[in-house]
Design a protein around this ligand. Structure first.
Ligand code: VOV
Length: 249
């Protein structure tokens, strides 16, 4: 049997995409809209408390285009907690004015392609921990898409020997590293959890860097030969400061 890459797995991850039912939202009296927003803000403050305690992280972005209006990215130590947050959100009054459009379930993942030989427990390494249990950056922009590695005839990633895969991942990592300080990536594994094999979430203050990075990677063998991609979602951060104007009618 071919050697499977070993993964380190961190926090569980839910990407939740919603459109806003603007016609219904518009029908509400201003005061009621504000009450609903206050309840929503209270929920976000709860998430902030969890984040500050180091027990999870979250990101809230508006989505450009018609695939969704807002997206939540939630990280928690267990699948149960993700489900609890999802259910709690669905029971808020605010959720009554949202329509789910897409969701993605995964877990923060690091593979051992780049790992050196060491006897230490990687889960105790602070650098590894910072990547498995990340505080999501408050970057201006987010880009999310799911992807697979191809399994088709001669282009079957899963039939390649470990050394070939490692070599290609090294090249992938080199391109990625040249975007250090411009794009931060969070790779989440979703084999057995959702319809694609990975979720790719990118954060940047300059939105154009997403296009440059993804385009450059298309010429790199691992993406050129083996990458298969789902829908792309791109958006802008929804902070507490711009939340009022976003929901204002
Ligand atoms: C922002 C830059 C960036 C950087 C630095 C980076 C580096 C690295 C390293 C070093 C490694 C391997 C070890 C590990 O950490 O797991 C990976 C792993 C991975 N990547 Fe990556 N990647 C980036 C960015 C980055 C992008 C933009 C994409 C999408 C590809 C594209 O064509 O659209 C991607 C995908 C992945 C995936 C799906 C995996 C897991 C593959 C597997 O088979 O297991 N990735 N990645």
């Amino acid at each position: 049997m071919n050697e499977a890459a070993k993964t380190l797995d961190g926090w569980y991850c839910l990407h939740d995409f919603r459109t806003i039912n603007w016609p219904a939202w518009k029908m509400l009296p201003t005061e009621e809209r504000q009450q609903i927003l206050n309840e929503y803000i209270t929920m976000l403050e709860g998430w902030d408390t969890t984040e500050k305690a180091g027990n999870g992280s979250h990101a809230v972005y508006t989505v450009v285009g018609q695939k969704a209006d807002i997206m939540f990215m939630l990280l928690r130590p267990t699948m149960e907690e993700l489900n609890e947050i999802e259910n709690a959100f669905n029971k808020t009054r605010f959720a009554e004015f949202t329509i789910p459009t897409y969701s993605y379930v995964s877990v923060v993942e690091l593979s051992n392609y780049m790992a050196g030989d060491s006897d230490e427990d990687p889960y105790q390494n602070p650098h590894v921990r910072a990547r498995l249990y990340p505080e999501l950056p408050k970057a201006k922009h987010i880009c999310f898409y799911p992807m697979d590695k191809r399994r088709d005839g001669d282009d079957n990633w899963y039939m390649l020997p470990m050394d070939s895969r490692r070599e290609m991942m090294r090249s992938h990592g080199m391109i990625g590293r040249s975007y250090a300080g411009k794009v931060k990536q969070v790779i989440t594994g979703s084999v057995g959890f959702d319809d694609w094999e990975w979720g790719v979430t990118l954060f940047a203050d300059d939105v154009l860097q997403f296009k440059k990075l993804v385009y450059e990677m298309r010429f790199d063998e691992v993406s050129a030969r083996f990458g298969e991609f789902g829908s792309f979602y791109v958006g802008n951060i929804l902070t507490e400061e711009n939340l009022q104007s976003f929901f204002n009618i």
